[in-house]
Design a protein around this ligand. Structure first.
Ligand SMILES: O=C(O)CCCC[C@@H]1SC[C@@H]2NC(=O)N[C@@H]21
Length: 270
């Protein structure tokens, strides 16, 4: 059985990142997957050229308009999980560090689920410090908005039609109301314009991170209210009627209660 070595390549947008990359390369205090190593992306030309075919971090950084979120990049062709790597080494990296994987071997989904690694799936995690636990439930809404608006901006910048993507509360994104987990963005775009060029992961991620930094600007001080209308305009549920199942605790009798979704509660639930 071939054992794939995990190599994590580092690149930064800011001049100050050079010293950090130097300090991180070969740092024995980091918690890395067994046998993994962290190296600067400023390597030999041939390694750089091979990597660029997988994910061109320089193209990504050229398109990035953010100065913090996404500005320090970790890229690994194969890694157990971007989430695990960042959460286990959270304090070693600057705020907004993004970790991107070509493939994940132990991807983590919600509620202990396994997240598979479909080919061409854009898999990434980024770090963020939050001081208010009260705002934490709303962060996923800011991220969902950043993904939708980032996708639209990518398409606009390339002159191709943007597929309509909507938020299913709390943070799933559905295209055409369809919850298939492997919906391909390029296929959706091709339906709208068969001559449209394929999206590049590097550009899409750069637009998403740039958008996130912008949307997040006043979020820590002003909360989610200023973004709430945009969130509602993108979600699937306005005026939607759903049926809640209610169980009488005494008789255990189950009744079905139709309710109309109006919006989020002050604590961020639906
Ligand atoms: O279950 C869900 O809905 C969330 C899945 C999140 C998967 C992503 S892929 C990149 C990052 N790395 C992980 O191990 N999990 C997240």
């Amino acid at each position: 059985m071939e054992v794939v070595k995990c190599v994590i390549f580092l690149q930064g947008k800011l001049p100050s990142h050079a010293d950090l990359i130097h300090a991180l390369s070969g740092n024995k205090d980091l918690k890395l997957p067994e046998g993994a190593e962290m190296v600067s992306l400023a390597l030999s030309e041939s390694t750089g050229a091979k990597l660029r075919e997988l994910f061109d971090t320089s193209l990504y950084l050229q398109n990035l308009r953010a100065s913090e979120f996404g500005a320090f990049v970790l890229y690994s062709p194969v890694i157990p999980s971007t989430h695990t790597l960042l959460s286990q080494n959270f304090h070693a990296f600057p705020q907004g560090t993004v970790c991107i994987a070509g493939a994940q071997l132990q991807g983590k989904g919600r509620a202990g689920n396994v997240w598979e690694s479909p080919k061409a799936c854009l898999m990434f995690s980024f770090t963020m410090k939050m001081t208010s636990g009260r705002l934490l439930p709303f962060l996923q809404y800011v991220v969902s908005l950043a993904v939708i608006e980032g996708l639209e901006e990518t398409c606009n910048s390339k002159g191709i039609p943007a597929p309509e993507v909507r938020i299913k509360w709390p943070n799933d994104l559905y295209a055409k109301g369809n919850r298939k987990p492997t919906t391909c963005l390029d296929a959706l775009i091709q339906e709208l314009d068969p001559r449209a060029a394929n999206l590049r992961q590097e550009e899409l991620l750069a637009f998403i991170m740039s958008r996130f930094e912008k949307l997040n600007g006043k979020f820590p001080t002003d909360g989610f209210s200023p973004l709430q209308e945009s969130y509602y305009s993108r979600w699937l549920h306005s005026g939607q009627t759903v049926t809640l199942e209610e169980k009488d605790p005494k008789s255990s009798e189950v009744s079905h209660v139709p309710v109309t979704i109006r919006g989020l509660t002050p604590s961020g639930t639906c």
